[in-house]
Design a protein around this ligand. Structure first.
Ligand code: ADP
Length: 747
């Protein structure tokens, strides 16, 4: 279908598409138009990675906005990293008069400012919280898009997406729902659930050959074999990458952990380096320099060192600026290989000639060992192979170490169909949270009303056994009632004040119960005590205990017993290990709030800089929630909790809290200013400028900004000389890491 023939979209859209080099629709896109996607029809589009799903959603959004001029579209993404990416993509429509917004973080607001936007990009958690906070503009939505809807299968995030879609449809029966999915076994069930038409296609813009490398040969699914010998001290991925480079192609390698991504990139540098021209090496050195400037951590140095050789790693522990530098250098073919955890497969658009899926098993804590990846995940990674317009075809290969493994991988992944997607809503933690929210925001006010609402979920669609759902729902209602979140009168169920607060705060009710329990008998809680309290809620991701940790943290628990809130489980009780791992998280937060160096923390706890940020973000949110709960219960602990929260927010000791709150200051500069005798925001406002300039190591621009933010009458540094009496340490300057890193839980 020619782009001129698309009905229902605004006039400017054809020109826009042509400027993007798109003059006709891909067959699945044309099919979506035939099924009425530009005329308000609900649609599930199950099409392979990189086959143009975004355009399908754009067609729906733009036609729905254009329709009566008053439409509004919401685009739901699974990860924050993708929210930014999609926002940047849709921001191109601003030129044509549309207003595009992105909403992430801060779960407590109703996002009033979003009311004026035409297109809003948000994560499913954010949308869920907007529903709970009664964002009035949700009723004006005319179109909602769910990206990666197959993730309803994810036991952690899936239920939120599932319930949110059901709620949006119930708020607005005329809403157009468009769900984008990878190719899956049961797209028809998703379509039936969403009352949608289905485009189910395996069409790809570029041919994909899957295969397995074993010995010295690449075995492809069409039965062909080609020689890809492993030389000298190469491993199989290195041999495949060299072979690709000999044809001037780049490779994406998927591995199963961040650590493996880093070590693989380090090793593969020796494979890529000989293929970098002198000009490329110069450009790579510049990019490496930019990478080092993002943060002063070991991860940053490791990444820069790999990039200098033409290799890189990519995972959610990286700062956002790191990620975008890597992606851009890979798209520009300067970086020849990227070793990634599957975050990248989830949608960041970085096609490459070949994809190597090196690890097909991953450590799974709940299963207690290595577990095979799903066919769906492996196929999504494989789908990144082949750059339309550049390569004749893409190749995606697994790596076998034995003949048996070669056979197994063909059976398990190359010839296999992706598994069907299954709702995970019936799991208790999910229901606990969503049942409270459903009652609190008025979607149901009785047991039967709740069951009716749940009927509109995929879970109900997929299960014939209504009995099981009823049993779990009854257990959850009891739990919520006993803990004071719900009130029951006859058949009527309402949320208590506490229940409303918890739902608005976006807390798992069990987290709220744990926090309240810990705060009840607390007097003058310490920062460590509070960090430990919030770290042991189900809303905080756990740090794993490594060997030796158990002993270390048991000792710490004894040493600092007085500070720990609530009851301490005995060493022999179930749950003791979780309690200790929360102590490990708490100490990480305490280290951060005691001005320990970022790279020392990452080393001590075996994590990346992005992980510090995500723990800090979560702690900040949970401590804010703890403060609201303490106020609700009149516990009078507000100031203690607030101090612990601000300390962790800025990564400073108590005496710097005031200074670090000035925009542009941050933890290191606050310490230097403090040491130079400028101890508060008020001091800064009145400060002698030459002292400020000296404390900021002569950086005039920085000093001016900071003085301006502090409200200084005359921030100009013109003809100001740094005060020679002020001595400062000579460490690297403040890295710009605040608020620019990944979301918790991004793999
Ligand atoms: P998906 O979301 O399915 O993984 P994308 O929507 O990101 O894939 O599309 C992959 C690439 O294909 C993008 O670079 C996009 O611009 C391009 N593309 C999409 N539709 C067309 C089309 N009809 N013709 C040419 N290129 C297209």
């Amino acid at each position: 279908m020619d782009v001129a023939d698309i009905p229902g979209v605004p006039d400017w859209f054809q020109g826009y598409l042509e400027s993007e080099g798109i003059d006709s629709l891909y067959p699945p896109q044309a099919e979506a138009v035939d099924r009425g996607v530009t005329e308000g029809a609900n649609l599930v589009a199950a099409i392979p990675t990189a086959s143009g799903k975004t355009l399908v959603s754009t067609l729906a959004m733009l036609s729905s906005i254009a329709d009566d001029g008053g439409g509004k579209a919401l685009y739901i993404v699974p990860l924050r990293a993708l929210a930014t990416e999609k926002h940047e993509e849709f921001a191109a429509f601003e030129e044509y008069g549309l207003d595009v917004g992105v909403s992430t973080g801060n779960y407590e607001s109703d996002g009033g400012w979003l009311a004026g936007k035409d297109i809003i990009v948000a994560t499913s958690e954010k949308v869920d919280s907007l529903v709970r906070n009664d964002a009035p503009w949700l009723e004006d939505l005319s179109c909602v898009v769910a990206d990666e809807v197959h993730l309803v299968d994810d036991s952690h995030r899936g239920p939120t997406l599932e319930v949110t879609l059901a709620k949006l449809q119930s708020l607005n029966p005329d809403l157009q729902t468009v769900a984008l999915s990878a190719t899956i076994g049961n797209a028809d069930e998703l379509a039936a659930w969403l009352d949608a038409d289905l485009v189910d296609s395996t069409w790809r813009p570029i041919e994909l050959q899957k295969g397995v490398h074993f010995g010295d040969a690449l075995h492809l699914e069409d039965g062909s074999q080609s020689r890809v010998p492993v030389r000298g001290n190469e491993d199989q991925p290195a041999a495949i990458i060299r072979d690709t480079l000999e044809e001037d192609g780049s490779t994406l390698v998927f591995v199963n952990s961040r650590r493996n991504a880093e070590s693989a990139a380090r090793r593969l540098g020796s494979t890529t380096e000989p293929f970098c021209s002198p000009e490329e090496s110069d450009q790579l050195a510049e990019i490496a320099e930019e990478i080092r400037e993002v943060s002063d951590t070991e991860t940053s140095d490791d990444l820069a060192a790999a990039v200098e050789q033409g290799a890189a790693f990519h995972h959610a522990g990286l700062a956002r600026d790191h990620r975008s530098l890597v992606e851009e250098a890979f798209r520009n073919r300067l970086v020849k290989v990227v070793c990634a955890t599957p975050t990248l497969a989830a949608g960041v658009n970085t096609p490459s000639r070949r994809v190597v899926v090196r690890d097909w098993r991953r450590y799974d804590g709940t299963a207690g060992g290595m577990q095979p990846l799903s066919v769906l995940e492996v196929h999504q990674m494989m789908g990144r192979a082949g750059r339309p317009g550049r390569d004749p075809y893409g190749e995606a290969v697994l790596v076998a170490k034995s003949h048996d493994e070669l056979d197994e991988l063909f059976e398990r992944y190359v010839w296999a169909d992706p598994e069907p997607v299954e709702s995970k809503l019936a799991a208790e933690p999910a229901l606990r949270t969503h049942i409270l929210a459903t009652v609190a925001s008025g979607f149901a006010n009785s047991r039967s009303g709740l069951l009716d609402f749940l009927e509109s979920t995929l879970y109900a669609q997929q299960t014939a056994e209504r009995g099981r759902l009823e049993t779990v729902v009854d257990d959850v209602i009891d739990y919520l009632d006993v803990n004071g979140f719900l009130d029951r009168e006859g058949s009527e169920i309402t949320a208590s004040n506490l229940g409303h607060t918890v739902s608005r705060l976006y807390l798992d009710p069990m987290s709220a119960a744990e926090i309240l329990h810990g705060l009840e008998d607390a007097e003058e809680p310490t920062a460590l005590g509070l960090y430990h309290l919030v770290s042991r809620t189900p809303d905080m991701y756990e740090l794993y205990l490594r060997s030796g940790d158990e002993e270390e943290y048991t000792m710490l628990a004894y040493e600092r017993e007085e500070e720990l809130l609530g009851s301490t489980p005995s060493e022999f009780e179930e749950g003791f290990e979780d309690w200790l791992s929360a102590l490990k998280t708490a100490r990480l937060l305490e280290d951060w709030a005691s001005e320990e160096e970022e790279d020392e923390i990452t080393e001590r706890y075996g994590i990346g800089p992005g992980d510090i940020r995500s723990k800090v973000d979560t702690a900040q949110w949970l401590l804010g929630a703890a403060e609201s709960l303490a106020t609700e219960r009149d516990l009078g602990l507000g100031p203690d909790i607030r101090e612990a929260r601000t300390r962790v927010e800025h990564g400073v000791r108590a005496e710097l809290v005031d200074l670090a709150g000035v925009r542009g200051v941050g933890r290191k500069r606050a310490r230097r200013l403090f040491d130079a005798g400028i101890e508060t925001r008020a001091d800064l406002r009145e400060a002698d400028k030459s002292r400020v300039l000296a404390a900021l190591r002569g950086r005039e621009k920085t000093a001016e900004n900071i003085l301006e933010n502090a409200g200084h009458r005359d921030p100009s540094m013109e003809s100001v000389e740094p005060d020679a009496d002020v001595t400062v340490d000579d460490e690297a300057d403040e890295p710009a890491t605040a608020n620019d890193q990944s979301n918790l839980g991004d793999f």
